[in-house]
Every structure is written in C-alpha cells, then in structure tokens.
Design a protein around this ligand. Structure first.
Ligand code: UGA
Length: 446
C-alpha cells in the first residue's frame, strides 16, 4: 500500500531516496531548510548531477507525489515514517558530528507532543551515523514526548554517486536495524517494491549491527582500494603490472572484480569521512581498527607518491611548469568534487609552483566554486593541453579513453603523460610515441 512518508534533508541521500520512494507510488514530503534549493526542486531542477534523477523528479512532481517544504511540522503531521537524511560532517578528531540528526529528532518530538499527534511515528536514521546514534535519538525523543508513540530504527543506505537512482530502485540489499515487529512490518511494506527474496533481500537486524554495517561496507571498499594502491607500488618496484594482477585475482569469485582499481586513491564525501569516523569510534571503544587506520594513510601516500613522480621527472622541481589536467570530479559521472583526489593533487602541484589548466565534463562549475582562479579552466579536453609540459589524468571519464592522439601531440608542449587512472596500455603508448607514466606498471620512455 502506498504511504505518506517524509524525507528530512534533501542532500544526495535524501533527494534520491525521496524521488525513488515517490516513483513507487508513495507521497513524499521532502523537508529542507535551504529555501533557494527547495524552490529549484519545486521547479523540477535536480540540483545535483545524477543520471536519471531529473526526469523522475519532474514526473513525480507532476503527479503530486513529491512535496517540498521547509516546514517540518507539516511533514510530521502527514507522514508515518520520517527518514532523517541529514549531514554528519567530521568534527576536529574525525568523529561524525550527529548534532543535526539529534536536533531534528528533538524537533520532531516537540511537534508530536505540541500538536497532540497520537498515531505511530517512526523516525528512521538513514544518514551515516556512528553506532549508538539510533539509541541516542530514542532517548531524546522519549524524554521530550514520553506519551507519544515514536519508534526509532536504523536504515543505512548504500547507493553510490553516479548510480544512485538505479542502486536505490534495485538495491543489492536493504538493511533495517530494529527488533520492533510493527516497525519491521511497516518498513518491509515500504521496501517491498525494491527488494526480492532471491538476490536483493531485506535484512533485518538489531540497530547497532545496522549502524556498524554501513561503516563496515565503506571501510571494506576503501580497504580494497588501498590494498591495490599499496600493491601497485610493490608491482612498480619489482617490474610486475598491477592491472594484470588485478584481473588475475579478480576472477576468483571469493575476491570479486570490483573496487580493485589502483589509482590516485579514493575520494568523495563518504569513504574518506567514514573510515576516519569508524577509526575514531573504534579507538573510543578501546578496540582500534588497525587496518582501517592504515587504509587512510595509504590513500594519502598514494597521491603524494604520484606528485613526487611528476616532480622527479622534471629534475626535482616543477616550479613554472604547466600541466593539462583531465578530470576534476572525485570519480566519473558526477560533478561532486568533495575530497576529490584531483583537487588534492592540484594543491600539491600548485604548492610547488606549477600551473594547471583543467578540464572536466561536469565538474568545472563545482571546481570553480572551490578553487576560483587558482587554476585555468579549458573549454574542452584538448584546450587544456595547449602549451602544457605534460597531461595528467586524474579522473577516468569515458570520454578521455579514446582521444585524438595526433591532436593531443600537437597541443602538448612535449609528449609526456602521467596517468593516475591507468586509462591506457603502456604498449599502446609506446607505439604512439608518448612518454607514459601510470600506476603500478612499467613507464614508457621513448
Ligand atoms: C560510496 C560507496 O560506494 C556507497 O556504497 C555508499 O553508499 C556511499 O559511499 C555512501 O556512504 O553514501 P561514493 O562515495 O559515491 O559511494 O563513491 P564510490 O563509487 O565508492 O567511489 C569512491 C572513491 O573510490 C572514488 O574516488 C573512486 O574513484 C575510488 N575508487 C573506486 C578507486 O580508486 N578504485 C576502485 O576500484 C573503485
């Protein structure tokens, strides 16, 4: 049965979740404090670049199933299930700051109490929150509205940017953290169109395990990437090829093929933040997670090592050198530049006096907002190479894979490429006459 639900916070997770719940026939109140953003959403603008999101947003707006408001009380009045999709930014020591989650839960409790709402309300933490947050939410709402029927559950999301709509509509699994039968029944009903009993299950567990599952998933993905990045340094040293090793291990079904790409390391708004928060939480619990701690350090080292290689190639100094850089987003198919390895690399190179001219298919505007005129912005990928001493690949957009090699050569000052995402084969580059440095593979120097 279609329900009326509320999504509090229309960031990445909230907006995509809200639109997808509406797509399955539910009426969804989306609440945010950002009035300008609400107005854009109301006009059918997706506000983030996410394939497939905008047409779905427009369709559901048109059908009247998506409602945007800054009035939380309206949502609390109408919706039985309220998903908290609020930011949990890192604080000074890396722990996740859950103030927005707790304050919103308290406001919900106030509204329920003050308006005398006596029907069931389920507050679901969907943002990434440290273990124990659902329990804290419960404690706060019960203290403020002891007579109200407010239940609390955890329901972490696992969507990744660029694939968020597809992964939300057809998730690998849905995790529900609660032992309350009524809440389980309600969430099962809501998620029925998204899951099946065959290969996309709905998993019910206690709320702490659900909270840890979210961090464990991201930490494990980060760990795989860091393992491969560290191994790439070893491959480099002993003359092996990390790409061959990747396929050599990836076909083992026990290992699997994804998240084994060596490169400039992982970025984005989730993996870096979440592994630091998990590490901090584990230290607090007196059980440090050493693998997780090292995962982050390896990620930082990988980028520094790449910058070192560039510097060494130019005789120990890159001051006054000009680089064309392809890719600014933290990964392809997004305009998100949060914790982008490309941005971090730019900072390292600029600190040594290099000039950067960059191109990205989607992340030029978002980069300009952060870096302003610290770098130059090219009108297309070839323009970024005009007069450059070398090309640097920082993000593996599909459109970079098959370039016009002749045009590249005529734009570049020399013929040097530093490929931080292993887009091409060393043998191919040898034939094409480029000097080619990549990750964990032999360098080609004609
Ligand atoms: C990540 C998780 O993949 C999602 O499951 C999770 O829900 C989400 O965080 C979240 O917590 O909200 P996302 O941040 O969109 O999703 O990014 P990923 O696709 O996981 O990529 C993260 C970084 O790892 C990117 O910088 C990417 O370039 C890098 N990466 C990925 C590698 O360097 N190698 C790989 O093999 C894969």
């Amino acid at each position: 049965m279609a329900r009326t639900i509320a999504i509090i916070g229309t960031g990445y997770v909230g907006l995509v979740s809200g639109v997808c719940f509406a797509e399955h026939g539910n009426t969804v109140w989306c609440v945010d404090v950002d009035q300008a953003k609400l107005e854009r959403l109301q006009r059918g603008e997706a506000v983030i670049y996410e394939p497939g999101l905008e047409p779905m947003l427009q369709r559901n707006l048109h059908e009247g199933r998506l409602l945007f408001t800054n009035d939380l009380s309206q949502a609390v009045r109408h919706a039985t299930v309220l998903f908290l999709c609020l930011p949990t930014p890192p604080d000074a020591d890396g722990a996740a700051d859950v103030r927005a989650v707790l304050e919103t839960a308290e406001r919900i409790a106030h509204i329920v109490r003050d308006e005398g709402i006596d029907q069931l309300r389920i507050v679901v933490t969907r943002s990434t929150v440290p273990v124990g947050t659902a329990a804290m939410v419960r404690e706060r709402v019960h203290a403020l509205a002891p007579a109200a029927d407010i239940r609390v559950a955890s329901n972490p999301e696992f969507m990744s940017e660029g694939n968020a709509v597809r992964e939300t509509l057809t998730p690998d699994r849905v995790v529900i953290g609660t032992r309350d039968p009524e809440v389980i029944a309600m969430l099962q009903e809501l998620y029925r169109p998204f899951v099946n009993n065959y290969d996309r299950p709905l998993l019910v567990m206690d709320e702490k395990s659900a909270e840890v599952t979210k961090y464990a998933a991201n930490a494990f993905l980060a760990l795989r990437i860091s393992f491969m990045n560290e191994l790439s340094v070893y491959c480099d040293a002993v003359g092996a090829d990390i790409e061959l090793v990747r396929t050599g291990i990836g076909f083992d079904p026990r290992i699997g093929r994804s998240y084994l790409h060596a490169g400039l390391g992982f970025g984005g708004s989730c993996l870096p933040k979440d592994i630091r928060a998990l590490a901090q939480s584990a230290r607090q619990a007196g059980t440090p997670l050493r693998l997780v701690e090292h995962t982050w350090q390896i990620n930082l080292d990988q980028l520094r090592r790449f910058a070192d290689r560039i510097r060494q190639r130019f005789g120990g100094t890159i001051s006054g050198r000009r680089f064309g850089l392809w890719g600014l987003a933290f990964k392809p198919n997004t305009d998100d530049v949060r914790e982008s390895p490309a941005h971090k690399l730019i900072a390292l190179l600029r600190a040594e006096g290099a000039q950067i001219c960059a191109y990205d298919p989607e992340a030029m505007t978002s980069t300009r907002r952060v870096l302003g005129d610290q770098i130059e912005y090219a009108s297309d990928m070839y323009a970024a190479l005009e007069g450059a001493d070398a090309l640097i690949i920082a993000t593996e957009w599909a459109e970079f894979r098959n370039p016009d090699w002749q045009r590249m050569k005529s734009c570049l000052h020399g013929n040097i490429i530093f490929d931080g995402r292993n887009l091409w084969q060393p043998s191919e580059m040898e034939q094409l006459g480029f000097e080619y440095h990549s990750i964990g593979r032999r360098s080609v120097v004609p």
